[in-house]
Design a protein around this ligand. Structure first.
Ligand SMILES: Nc1ncnc2c1ncn2[C@@H]1O[C@H](COP(=O)(O)OP(=O)(O)OP(=O)(O)O)[C@@H](O)[C@H]1O
Length: 249
């Protein structure tokens, strides 16, 4: 892998010739970095993540993940990444553990590794009691936790976590934060999208603030606060755009 886990050059994504969801985005994320993509609803965060994971094709521009061009070498990229999508991606009539095993088997993990890692992740995400129950009875927050375990079951080098804490209560959110902090200590790269300011602020080494598909600010939370003489990232967004990130949510 190169020093950059992610490299995005002149990325544009239009939908139906009407909506420009990503508007000439340039960005590099270093290996081992926890990078927070912060922006209001509809800013283009999920579209960017989906392009990086190969789920959507760019209109123009190039995206490289782990040194591989996503449009040319998706197979290699898939070996490096784990994705926790915004929408629940679990089988409701399987138990939490069966879901995890299913995805572990897709990654061709050995039975022993899969069991050990599943046990560890289930405990960390506080799903031990629920793990043998069918996922259809899980709360939204529990589904998020399960999605996160599935995304990380094969210890990917690069994790894409799209709004991982939406719907989680304070306790589950703390578990998730801790979990994301652990990824950093393992030198994994994490790309996190969120519209929770305190989440971006607490977890990210650097933050990219995105609005109408454009990157309007980039730096460590401290750098951005100092640059804009702002008390937090919400204030940074307000000073740049005159709007609040959470407006309309
Ligand atoms: N499949 C699609 N077809 C048409 N427009 C789309 C499609 N997907 C996204 N868009 C539009 O692209 C823009 C960016 O959406 P995107 O979901 O990337 O934003 P987001 O920052 O992830 O928002 P949220 O925080 O609400 O998830 C929005 O205007 C959205 O309506």
């Amino acid at each position: 892998m190169t020093d950059n886990a992610i490299s995005i050059k002149n990325l544009v994504k239009n939908f139906d010739d009407e909506v420009t969801a990503v508007d000439n985005l340039n960005l590099e994320v270093k290996k081992g970095e926890t990078f927070g993509f912060l922006g209001p609803n509809g800013a283009g965060k999920t579209t960017t993540i989906n392009i990086l994971c190969g789920l959507l094709k760019p209109t123009s521009g190039t995206v490289c993940v782990g040194g591989y061009d996503v449009t040319k070498n998706l197979k290699k990229v898939k070996e490096l990444i784990g994705v926790c999508p915004q929408e629940a991606a679990v089988f409701k009539y399987l138990s939490g553990r069966e879901n995890i095993e299913l995805f572990g088997n897709l990654h061709k993990m050995s039975k022993k590794d899969l069991k050990e890692r599943a046990d560890m992740l289930i405990e960390k995400m506080n799903l031990t009691k629920a793990s043998n129950r069918k996922a259809k009875g899980y709360s939204g927050g529990m589904i998020r936790s399960l999605n996160l375990i599935i995304a990380l079951i094969n210890s990917p080098d690069i994790a894409f976590l799209d709004e991982p804490t939406v719907g989680q209560d304070a306790r589950a959110r703390r578990e998730t934060w801790k979990f994301i902090g652990d990824l950093k200590t393992q030198n994994k790269t994490t790309i996190l999208t969120t519209h929770y300011i305190e989440e971006a602020e607490a977890l990210s080494d650097r933050v990219g603030i995105i609005d109408f598909g454009k990157l309007i600010a980039l730096g460590t939370p401290k750098e951005l606060r100092e640059k804009y003489n702002a008390k937090n990232l919400e204030d940074v967004f307000l000073k740049i755009t005159g709007r609040r990130i959470l407006e309309g949510i």
